[in-house]
Write a protein that binds this ligand. Structure first.
Ligand SMILES: [Zn+2]
Length: 254
């Protein structure tokens, strides 16, 4: 990675950007950022979840705790302020998880860079909840607030948590996908969302657009729509979910 979190001051270069969560063109040039000493804040698992002991063998159903899964995600909670343009202020009870990719191939356009762009209102009204890369995940919005990443005033924005996967040069796609799958599984447990409601951006038609369904996340689509690669991603999510939940649907059925 170009930017290490341990560096006290980092000069950020250029980031081309996203829209509808993956297409707006913006630039973030020459911004300096100071990193706090305690960079990662580990979110606690919900107390109501009675996950299985992590002493049993890894990979087996129910073999790990929710906190163990979240620890792997390396989540930095960095909520953008209410004064930024990306905050909708509209409450949400999440029913879906929507997966995107940034389509931002600028050098260094990692999760931290996207966090900074959101914090500086560089993306207009576009916003989403989490960005993932091969190093970490960053949370930008509370999960009980709508973002603006999927389909304007449609259900994708009204009811879904948006996750953007980075794809800048040098970013390991395999590691990014693995981290995203773990975050997705964590959010499924935390918000009681079944696998059938983990969807690609493609799932949400956009009013007035042609084609209405976006080829996003493009590297998980097959000929522009969900196919084998998307199913493989869901299988990965399902594996992590089951490691925590113990059996398919154990949490989501509650
Ligand atoms: Zn998208």
């Amino acid at each position: 990675m170009i930017h290490k979190f341990s560096l006290p001051v980092i000069t950020l270069a250029v980031a081309g950007f996203l829209a509808s969560g993956c297409s707006t063109e913006e630039e973030v040039v020459g911004i300096q950022s100071k990193r706090p000493a305690s960079f990662y804040r580990t979110e606690s698992a919900p107390r109501s979840v009675s996950y299985v002991s992590s002493s049993s063998r890894s990979g087996r159903p129910g073999s790990r705790s929710l906190n163990s899964l979240l620890s792997d995600v390396r989540l930095k909670r960095d909520i953008i302020s209410m004064s930024t343009s990306g905050r909708t202020g509209r409450s949400m009870s999440p029913r879906y998880i929507t997966i995107h990719s940034t389509q931002n191939w600028s050098r260094g356009a990692d999760s931290l860079r996207h966090a900074l762009a959101l914090k500086r209102s560089k993306l207009g009204r576009i916003s989403w909840h989490y960005t993932t890369d091969d190093q970490r995940a960053v949370q930008h919005l509370p999960t009980n607030e709508q973002g603006n990443h999927a389909d304007h005033n449609g259900p994708g924005n009204k009811y879904s948590i948006g996750i953007e996967m980075c794809e800048h040069p040098g970013c390991s796609r395999a590691q990014t996908l693995d981290r995203t799958a773990k975050l997705t599984a964590y959010l499924m447990v935390k918000h009681n969302i079944p696998l059938s409601r983990v969807v690609p951006h493609y799932h949400w038609p956009r009013w007035g657009k042609n084609p209405p369904n976006k080829n996003c996340p493009h590297f998980l689509m097959t000929n522009g729509r969900p196919g084998a690669k998307w199913q493989a991603y869901l299988a990965k999510v399902s594996r992590y979910y089951n490691e925590v939940a113990g059996r398919p649907g154990a949490y989501a059925s509650r």
